[in-house]
Design a protein around this ligand. Sequence first.
Ligand SMILES: *[C@@H]1O[C@H](CO)[C@@H](O)[C@H](O)[C@H]1NC(C)=O
Ligand SMILES: *[C@@H]1O[C@H](CO)[C@@H](O)[C@H](O)[C@H]1NC(C)=O
Ligand SMILES: *[C@@H]1O[C@H](CO)[C@@H](O)[C@H](O)[C@H]1NC(C)=O
Ligand SMILES: *[C@@H]1O[C@H](CO)[C@@H](O)[C@H](O)[C@H]1NC(C)=O
Ligand SMILES: *[C@@H]1O[C@H](CO)[C@@H](O)[C@H](O)[C@H]1NC(C)=O
Ligand SMILES: *[C@@H]1O[C@H](CO)[C@@H](O)[C@H](O)[C@H]1NC(C)=O
Ligand SMILES: *[C@@H]1O[C@H](CO)[C@@H](O)[C@H](O)[C@H]1NC(C)=O
Ligand SMILES: *[C@@H]1O[C@H](CO)[C@@H](O)[C@H](O)[C@H]1NC(C)=O
Ligand SMILES: *[C@@H]1O[C@H](CO)[C@@H](O)[C@H](O)[C@H]1NC(C)=O
Length: 456
Amino acid sequence: MESLSSRSTSIVSKLSFLTVWIVFLISSSSFTSTEAYDALDPEGNITMKWDVMSWTPDGYVAVVTMFNFQKYRHIPSPGWTLGWKWAKKEVIWSMVGAQTTEQGDCSKYKGNLPHCCKKDPTVVDLLPGTPYNQQIANCCKGGVLNSWVQDPGNAASSFQISVGAAGTTNKTVRVPRNFTLMGPGPGYTCGPAKVVRPTKFVTPDTRRTTQAMMTWNITCTYSQFLAQRTPTCCVSLSSFYNETIVGCPTCACGCQNNKTESGACLDPDTPHLESVVSPPTKKGTVLPPLVQCTRHLCPIRVHWHVKQNYKEYWRVKITITNFNYRLNYSQWNMVAQHPNLDNITQIFSFNYKSLTPYAGLNDTAMLWGVKFYNDFLSEAGPFGNVQSEILFRKDQATFTFEKGWAFPRRIYFNGDNCVMPPPDTYPFLPNGGSRQQFSVFSAVLLPVLFFFFFSR
Ligand SMILES: *[C@@H]1O[C@H](CO)[C@@H](O)[C@H](O)[C@H]1NC(C)=O
Ligand SMILES: *[C@@H]1O[C@H](CO)[C@@H](O)[C@H](O)[C@H]1NC(C)=O
Ligand SMILES: *[C@@H]1O[C@H](CO)[C@@H](O)[C@H](O)[C@H]1NC(C)=O
Ligand SMILES: *[C@@H]1O[C@H](CO)[C@@H](O)[C@H](O)[C@H]1NC(C)=O
Ligand SMILES: *[C@@H]1O[C@H](CO)[C@@H](O)[C@H](O)[C@H]1NC(C)=O
Ligand SMILES: *[C@@H]1O[C@H](CO)[C@@H](O)[C@H](O)[C@H]1NC(C)=O
Ligand SMILES: *[C@@H]1O[C@H](CO)[C@@H](O)[C@H](O)[C@H]1NC(C)=O
Ligand SMILES: *[C@@H]1O[C@H](CO)[C@@H](O)[C@H](O)[C@H]1NC(C)=O
Ligand SMILES: *[C@@H]1O[C@H](CO)[C@@H](O)[C@H](O)[C@H]1NC(C)=O
């Protein structure tokens, strides 16, 4: 009897291993070709536009504007870094609203020295508080670029560049090549510059239109896979109908016993916590993240609690907790996917906007903090959390507490996909019935989800 059951278990485990493997192969082959693709923001990109405003005796003056067309991914402090390679022997005579990090070798020049002579300049934004005579519109925000949905007014960044030793007509100018964008870390891939129709500018009174001499565009897209291999957030779940709290998966963002960089963590009971958290460092150095020791080691946890059931409504409480001692998240955002997000009745103390990744699909919402109230998620500690409640109106045709329906399908924090617990561990309704069916279903679904979360 016993050997029979153990044999059938081993067959089952072989079968499910096979399923995992097949699903893995299928999903990896379909994902590699679409690496930068984000299902919830398929068009998301950062587009840079170079408008040549005038020709000079040895080159041109251009205004470069970066637009963040991503719905929910912003570029946080310390901001963007932009690089490219000149096609010829161009130099930068001067810049307004940004600067290169290095001047390079300008020894060929006498008297009036260029701002930068490097073949591959690296440009950063100026800091807030820059004198007005060194500013242009949309500059000097320390490289911070907000997302399109959250704050369209601050989703652009501009600087002016005066280029020498360059072409002086639209026939002789060579567009720069090999653009790179750090935002602030890796993750973005930029395409080649494409000459497009010259931008038209309308005067504020709309009575006159001028146009650029020449315009080229560069589009950069983001891939979480390129950015870092370890996830940065995880999801935990609970409900009023079952006392089980399903925590984040163990080792979701790293493992504690592994003392490599992702494994280093700090016990909150450490004496002299303050001095360990911020050791004396040179000004301007960026400290590596330091997270609180947890089973999951994620800097961010999103907790989804199914709180109450009413006749026509149901209520969810969302808590976002910061476990990173070395990072305050300003202007954080979160994206949730759940079928009932098409019919939110009320949301308390977060901003909300429905995202429609595809026409007719309304199951995705972006949430972010209310300015000056909870848009700042403090470092790990007593204030390191923000919370809100959502009231959903039930659609009687689809609503159920069974099979984990009330839990989100996907959660993103600051544009990064969060690791979900495996579906067959979700808290379920007492006497919920179809448990067996559900775990067979999840045996197929789980590897897909697993691969999905760890691949981006
Ligand atoms: C960049 O994003 C904008 C806005 O979503 C979209 O209109 C445009 O087609 C995108 N560009 C590319 C090259 O994907
Ligand atoms: C070039 O970029 C600008 C701003 O990012 C955008 O408005 C314009 O549509 C782009 N042009 C083309 C042809 O993609
Ligand atoms: C250069 O300018 C001329 C005259 O304005 C125009 O006809 C031509 O299309 C432009 N070429 C490019 C590559 O923009
Ligand atoms: C730079 O871009 C050119 C095409 O514009 C490409 O052939 C070359 O491989 C790139 N070089 C690097 C180092 O990426
Ligand atoms: C620790 O992590 C590194 C890199 O992530 C990995 O190569 C190594 O095998 C891990 N060690 C253990 C004991 O898990
Ligand atoms: C986070 O913000 C608080 C209050 O502004 C500040 O005291 C603290 O030093 C900041 N922490 C980090 C890691 O930047
Ligand atoms: C999706 O939501 C938007 C805004 O709430 C609404 O205008 C639109 O009609 C909805 N679409 C569907 C298919 O429900
Ligand atoms: C929300 O649900 C109510 C009741 O089911 C329905 O009357 C209403 O049209 C729904 N609204 C949307 C935007 O789907
Ligand atoms: C609550 O859900 C868990 C699965 O996550 C299950 O093991 C447990 O039996 C459930 N509790 C009740 C009272 O049904």
